[in-house]
Structures are given as structure tokens and as C-alpha cells.
Design a binder for this molecule. Sequence first.
Ligand code: GLV
Length: 335
Amino acid sequence: MSERPRVWVSQPLFDDIVARLGEYFEVDATAAVTQHTPEAANAALRRADGALVTLNDPIGAAQIAGATRLRAIANVGVGYNNLDVPALSAAGILASNTPDVLTETTADFGWALMMATARRVGEAERWLREGHWQRWSFDSLLGSDVHGATLGILGMGRIGQAIARRAVGFGMRTLYHNRSRLPEAVERECAASYVGFDELLARADHLILVLPYSPQSHHLIDAAALAKMQPHATLTNIARGGIVDEDALCDALEHNRLAAAGLDVYEGEPKLNPRLLQQRRVVLTPHIASGSLATRRAMVSLAVDNLIAALGYGPDAGRPPSPLNAPVRAGESVG
Ligand code: GLV
């Protein structure tokens, strides 16, 4: 009997879901959350036919060097800037991600963070816990309205559209900017109007970032972009930290050129720019936008399906549900 393929699971995920891999493969599971060095990831990948990884795990040329058996990388996450997809394609490795299953949950959280930012929820809670509340007062912690305001969405993929649909119930005017304009029917359904980047910045009362991170979007929200926003506006980022120049954001907040910000993602996460921690009008959360239990389970389940299929097993053998590339060797059974 030929040896079963081996897969590496880079972080602890849901054991009962990951156990499905054991039906087909030898599983090399990581027991504790680990920041793998490139060398350690490379050692694990050299032994593996496939791997389940998270956005904590950069996978590029250094990690796959000499990994001659490796045929599939399944990313648990919709964003995949941790993967060097061209390098994986060149090495004949099929990459996949987990779109769709997290769309609504992530849109919910975008709203939660935007509303917390506009209505100063984090600041108010800190103030209360610190014992400052002596008596109710009419003018303390006044925020800005979300209902009836102008929502700006930068990046109008699935999550951006789900955020826009929610805005209808809040009576907002929704403007968006995206690499390409959406079909008219989708714009109508989302009640959203396409505008240029500068117009989006200038008109949004609440701007939310939902675009992919790439060299083109690195520090797209820099000092010049922030200067185009209205001083009463808020900025919410649930995309990737590197899209915002955090020092420029702190400068804008400190000089009252922007009212507030809500951040779920950071350029050097989990390390935080210390200036952000000093900002009163910033709500900070630790990259949890897709973090409902049901959705995180669905993401792992989809990634497991992708890995099994990409390695040529299971009901979808050779046809993973959400591939990111189509390398030559994809789908060949390694059994
Ligand atoms: C989370 O940030 C994801 O990309 O899934």
C-alpha cells in the first residue's frame, strides 16, 4: 500500500473539522498558536503534500524552497496577501482561500466598528469603567450620526456590497469606489453610486475600507488622502493594516483633521503603532471581523474541502471550491 499523503496544519484550528483531513492524509498538526520562522515553515512544508495555513503564515519562495512534494496550500481567510501566489503557481502549487462564507459576518462587524467609532463606544466604556461617571450630563461623549449620513465604501467586492445593503436600512447615501464599476443592476440592489477616489474621500461622512491589500493599495490612505476627508468624518478599516499610513492617521486625529477611526487591522500586527494606543477617538479591535464562531468554523471547513480536493481526494477531487490559481499539476492525485 502506498504511503498516505502528508498535510501540515500550521495553527490550531477546530479539531473536529480538521479531523476530516485524517480520512485521507497523515496530519502534522501544530498544537499551539505559533509564529513560524521561514525556516520552520520551510521544514514543515518540505515534508508535506499540502498545508492548511492562516493569514499569520507568510508562504512564499523561502517557505516553499525545496518542497518538492507540495501541491496545495489552503489559506483559512479570504484575504491572501500572506501568499505569494505567483511563486506558488510557478512551483505547481494550487492555492485557495475562503471567500463567501465570511461575507455577512464581516459586513456585520464593519458596521459594529463603524458605529462604535461614530458613537464613541470604546471611549465611553473606558470612561465609565475608570469611574468618571458622577452624574448624567447632556453633552458628554457626543458622537456623530450614522443614519442619514453619507457612507463611503472603498472596495466594492462581496463584503463591500454586503455593507452597502445594510446601509439602506439606515437611510444612508452610499458612495463607493472600486477598481471597476459594478454592473448597474448590482449598484441598484446595493443602492450605491460609483464615484472617483477623491470624491469618495471628500464626500464620505463615514469611510470604510474593504479593499484587498496589494502593492497598489499600500498606504493608499496616506496624509494626502486624509487631507481630502472632512474633519467630522470617521475612517473604519476592516481590510488590511498596510492600506493606512498609521502615522499620518495619528497626525490627522491629533490635529482634528479627522474625527475618529475604527481599526481592526494594523500594519505590523499583532504589534501596534504605539501612537494608536494614545488616541482617544480610536476604537481598536484585534483582527476579529470574521470572528463569529459559526463563520470561523465555516472558513476552516471550506479550507479543509479545498485541501482535500486540491490533493485529488473527496467528492470534489481535482476541483477545489475556491482556487486562487490553476497551476499545471493541480488536481493530480498524489495517492
Ligand atoms: C481576514 O482578514 C480574512 O482575510 O479572512
